[in-house]
Design a protein around this ligand. Sequence first.
Ligand code: SF4
Length: 354
Amino acid sequence: MEQHEIRRPLLGMTLAELETVAAEAGLRKFAAKQIARRLYVNRARSIDEMTELPKASREWLSEHYCVGLQAPVKASRSADGTVKYLFATRGEDFDFLTSGKGGRDVEAVYIPDRDRETLCVSSQAGCKMGCKFCMTGRQGFHGDLTAAGIINQIFAIPESPTLTNLVFMGMGEPMDNIDEVLKALEVLTAPWGLAWSPKRITVSSIGKIRELRRLLDETKVHVAISIHSPYPAEREGLMPVERAYPIKDVIGLLREYDFAHQRRLSFEYIMWRGVNDDLRHADALSRLLRGLDCRVNLIRYHSLPGSPLRTASEAVMTAFRDRLNEAGLTATIRASRGEDIQAACGMLAGEARG
Ligand code: SF4
């Protein structure tokens, strides 16, 4: 092997991809399941640990592939127990990006809460969507994460073995990197992978319609839609994506699916003072979501430097929630976590690297 040849990470590979790798290594097809078991069940840290494979095959594999596990480069701990982990997108001999030049790390946030341990993972380095209230959006786009880069966030933290839930609500719009997100979800839920119930996973989206349909058709995970205003012009001012994917079309798509039984649908609504916190908004939101089996999460806003947006008051949020509940919508005010380490909703920015 050349000194600087890039080895491909096995982590994040689906069974079909591992079957291709096994064939390249001259192994029989069933060896792919053995590799998957070592990777995802035994959490091997090196190919050498895959002792059921012949030594020559392990040596060949080690020349061209690596497990691809990479520890976070930094951990910031909040007073409330939340931990923000920073991951490099470039490894020593492998790369966690499928596109883009890199240059910016990604973050994952561990949130312990009584009997739940949730990890909020990133799907992209930065984001193209340009939402006006979001720190990640301000950073611009730096690349799509591979499935390996997504799974690594879950595997490489010390709390990994006790995680109970995953939310794809970190940096990036998951639907904008749908192929790699679907691969990661397959690894997480398949019997040959981590065999997690899809009910433990929530994927958020601003509503890229074609990709959202794929997520709904190809998985059973819970879905969270960022809505933030029931009025198209107002939503477009906050989320330019409204122009390409109007929320009424997103809701039209969601009405085709069953959210009463297999999976949960929620809408995320950040509340800004004097922008979208009027009871008129609550009434319009109820009308827009009428007949959909869903819940609404009301979220406090964490002000960004230079932004005129401010969070709504507690009293206004409570009145807004009550108005939605009176209209028959399940609405709750989400607890805010990790604000002191810039890990709360909309605050993830990564760090720039030269
Ligand atoms: Fe991207 Fe989500 Fe931020 Fe919008 S809110 S810019 S979709 S990361």
